[in-house]
Design a protein around this ligand. Structure first.
Ligand SMILES: Cc1cc2nc3c(=O)[nH]c(=O)nc-3n(C[C@H](O)[C@H](O)[C@H](O)COP(=O)(O)O)c2cc1C
Length: 186
């Protein structure tokens, strides 16, 4: 069960729309790809604040340590990031419906989102979704990854992302979520 989420203020809705929302309630999801657990921990912090369920974005074939070696020019991750729009086969993906909001987490790989994130988003070509990115990294910022995602997936509605590290306070997370229209409990 995903946490049902009132993104809109019901009192401003026309009756027909309000009824439609009730029958087809919109949901807040968290989905993250995390190769070594750091982004998953960030997702769990967001889960505590929002109550939304986390889905792991996983490749059909898991990454080995050798696959993740960015110093190796021929490792799987290096090759994937040379063609970041080439499909990466995914394990199960969550069911997202029109109107849903997705907090989307990933580690920065070569200054952008891992190729698997592009394959994940390509699974929802016609969905009206709002996406709020968050990322972890070894020092890179999130901005370049956001720019690329927005350019590649223009039909999705994008809200400002956040790079999360150990210096990111809960108050900062709450403020970021609020700016995206998501009330959070502290
Ligand atoms: C293939 C690969 C490429 C990476 N590229 C970058 C990078 O460009 N900039 C950076 O700051 N960190 C980079 N990192 C480090 C990760 O972003 C960082 O360790 C992240 O927190 C890992 O998250 P995870 O445990 O959820 O996978 C890279 C890591 C890997 C495995």
């Amino acid at each position: 069960m995903h946490a049902a989420f009132a993104i809109f203020n019901e009192s401003f809705m026309p009756v027909a729309f309000a009824k439609d929302r009730k029958e087809n309630s919109m949901t807040l999801h968290i989905a993250c790809f995390s190769a070594s657990g750091v982004t998953r921990q960030a997702a769990e912090r967001i889960q505590k604040l929002t109550g939304a369920e986390i889905s792991n974005i996983e490749p059909a074939v898991p990454y080995t340590n050798a696959d993740l070696n960015w110093r190796d020019r021929s490792s799987r991750s290096t090759l994937e990031m040379k063609s970041p729009m080439a499909p990466v086969e995914l394990a199960d993906v969550p069911e997202l419906k029109d109107g849903d909001t997705l907090l989307l987490g990933y580690p920065i790989w070569w200054y952008e989102a891992p190729a698997i994130i592009n394959s994940f988003l390509a699974r929802y070509p016609k969905r009206k979704l709002t996406i709020i990115p968050f990322a972890t990294s070894g020092g890179s910022t999130i901005e370049h990854s956001e720019k690329l995602l927005k350019k590649r997936f223009k039909t999705l509605e994008w809200k400002d992302g956040l790079l999360i590290d150990e210096s990111t306070s809960d108050a900062r997370l709450v403020e970021w979520l609020a700016r995206a229209g998501i009330p959070a409990a502290r």
